[in-house]
Design a binder for this molecule. Sequence first.
Ligand SMILES: [Zn+2]
Length: 648
Amino acid sequence: MKWLTILIVLAAAPFPKGDHSPFTLIVRRPEALQPLPFGAVRPEGWLESQVRANLRGFTGHLDSLAPNLIIKDDIYGRDRLTKNVKKKDVGALAGGDSAAEVQYLWWNSETQGNWRDGFIRSAILSGDPEMLARARAWIRRLLATQDNDGYLGIYDRDLRYRFDGENGELWAKTTLLRGLLAWYEYTRDHKVLIAVQGAVDDVMRHYPSGASHPFYSKTPDVGGLSHGLMFTDVLESLFRLTGQTVYLNYALFLYKDFSAANLHEDAQYDKITDTAYALRGHGVHTYEHLRAVAAAAYASGNPALLKALDDYLHKIGQEITPSGAPAGDEWIGERQGNATKTGYEYCSLHELMDGYIDLMGKTGSAAFGDQAEQLFFNAAQGARDPDASCIAYLKTDNSYYMTGGLNGDSSNPRQTRYKYSPVHQDVAVCCVPNAGRIAPYFIDRMWMRNSSGLVATLLGPCKVTTTWKGTPLTIREKTVYPDEFSFDFQVLTDRAVIFTLAVRKPAWATGQSISYSYTEKEGYYLITRTWRPGETVHIRLYADIVIHRDRNNDVYFTNGPLVLASQIDATAEIRKRYPLAGFFDYYYRPDNPVIYSYKGGAIEHSGNSRFEVTLYDTVRRRPAHIWLKPMGETILRQVTFPETSAAP
Ligand SMILES: [Zn+2]
């Protein structure tokens, strides 16, 4: 389908004669679906519980759990970096290495910016007055740090926009401005939008398009500098809010300059289009940069960039494990995703999911919704502790030990990422902030709109409030999805209103019953009618339990969007106690480590979400009846099963 769209672009707007640069602006491609302002979609049911639990837990308390990185470092304000700052507590592995310390001076801005973004969005989605007051107070304080020329950021005048290597200029702004824009969309407080536009204008003045090199670096290994490509997130949001194409054109310029720079980064154009080049970079960069490639491709409408976007998705596809997670522990290292061997970072889970939902909006393709749900319901839920407010920094689909190293490996005492923590300050406080962002970003794009109506793009319990042709409208989606596949969509209005309700049809659905007449088109159910106040359409989807094979030919099982796992009972060990009551780091060890294989045979679904399958106990050498459960509810587990052919 994307090839078709590329051909359409070619027919409509050929390359300017003789210009074969992939970065030439041909004609902007409009996005298929439009997002709603942040806060228009509110979570209900388990999604609301998760957002509230995060606010009671690590998202609501990260500043107190890591005060040195947040409360004590006013990095956007009085503690802006100057030439005189050579060292600061970034609470990370850089400790002891002075070059690394200078390199990572920006780090607390990422911690703070991403944490605030998740906090602001969670406060809005929960409607909790105390949390909203905290968000409002912080935004007021942050806006007060803006200089008269518009500068918002972490550098004093002696440093800003003047770098020949690692820096956090654009990245510190990106993490900050994403949260400010969510607040603006929710409050419509114009001061916030003006502040963001002022900060972006300041960037465009100091790094003029086509006449500067924001990604120039004397050395190719950088962190904050290449994270800074995600300034395209801010630019795309500003375009959607203002309609000014200057922001999109600047996103195209940034991607062009990034591609030309001497950097070790997978998303550079020449590497994407080199079919022999396998992904090897820092995973979180590689996956977040998908959105920047997409932004440049859509800003330019250039067929070469649109093809590069497809090529990049293909390469990323090689990294995906059954849970939907992308390999990268922290590096990808030219390995393909493997359910046991390639860990995935929580940051990457958030960034890739956000890439999928961005592409769902751009292309309208329902398949991106399937990918976002697969990742969010399985990998992301499956790296949260179901009983305590903490997450795994690194996790694998098959998770046999969570004792610091990969599946019990203890050879590197500094490897502590495979554990559950509300902070992970012994490594880096990057994943916990992102664990507070992922649910709000998922919820935000559960509904989008197009010219004929509203589109339920990601499924789950929620409520969307908007207007349709001037008529205020709320749609409640009542469901316990993904635990069950039945939905009531109730349309609440004061008067009858005509529109098309589109509901994404998941690729796994084998059938459906829908209480109103509908049509099916390109992965969506379409119900067009005059909706009377309070009317409800009931949708039930049907699924088979499917036996899949991963790229190692091991077997795994799914029920609808849920990947099933054999849970391994585990004993928790508290590794660290925080001064704040109720917060701990945990290791988990298996009570009875057994690896099962699969010899064929049916899997049976009993009631209450339980699935029974006969597996083979490779320790005791005998068949075993095993109950499977959704992997998102587990800590230690086996997800993929090697196949053995003959009985002993
Ligand atoms: Zn991380």
